[in-house]
Ligand binder design. Sequence first.
Ligand SMILES: [Zn+2]
Length: 253
Amino acid sequence: MYYKKNSYSIHGIPVLKDNIIWVWVRGSQAIAIDPSIAGPVEAWLKRRNLKLIGILQTHHHDDHIGGTKSLLNEWPNSVVVASKADLNRIPFQTISVTSEDELSLMGCQIKVLDVAGHTKCHLAYYIPSKNESSCKPTLFCGDTLFGAGCGRIFEGTPEEMYRALQRINKLPEDTQIYCAHEYTEDNLRWANSIFPKDLSIKERLEKVKKIRRNGHLTLPTNIAEERKSNLFIRAKTIEEFKRLRLNKDSWKG
Ligand SMILES: [Zn+2]
C-alpha cells in the first residue's frame, strides 16, 4: 500500500517516551518530520525500500532534531528544512525558511507558518488540499498544538502562543493535524477535571482511552475536533488562555 505512485500516506513512528516521528511517503520517496532519533526511521524506511529525500524541523529541541545527523549519513542528498532564525541551533539546514515561505517537495506545495510560543522560532508546515493528491489539508505542528492541549511556553510569551493557536484555528476544519507528542489522553483528563460536565471532552476522553488501551495513536487530530474539546483553542481571550496554561503547568494528574 505504500508504493502507489501518486498517492500520499503519512505514518507515525512512536519513539522515546511519547514522541512521534511522522513519515510522509509518496511513491518510493519519504520525508521525515522532527526525527528525534534515527534508528527506527532508518529501519522503517529500509524495510519498505523507501528513500529519504527531506527532513522538516519544527524547532530546535533535541527530541526533534537529534536523529537528523545520522539520517543524513545514510541519505546525504536529503534536504533539511528549518527556521532561518534558528540557524545557530538547528544544524545541517539546506533550506532555511521564514514565516509564509512556500516550498515544493514531493510534488506538494508546503507553506511555512510562524507559530512561536513553545520556542522563539517554532515553525509549522502546512500542505493545502489543492495539491493533486486527494488528501485532506495537512499540518505538521511540532510542539505547538497537541490533541486537546498545547505546548508549554518555554521561550515565547503567552500572547505569542495564543496567536499561534489562533493562526492554526483559521485553517480549514478538516485539516489533519500531526502533533509531535502523544499527550491527548493526559490533556483530556486535565480538561475533564476542570469541566466534568462538558460532554465533548468526556466523550472524547472515553474514545481516546480505548484507542490508547489498544496501543494505537490518537493522532492525527483535526481542527473541527480541537474546536470542540481543546480548552486552549476554545479560550476566548488571552486572559482565559493564560489562566488555563498556568493551571495545566501545575496540574499533577
Ligand atoms: Zn519542544
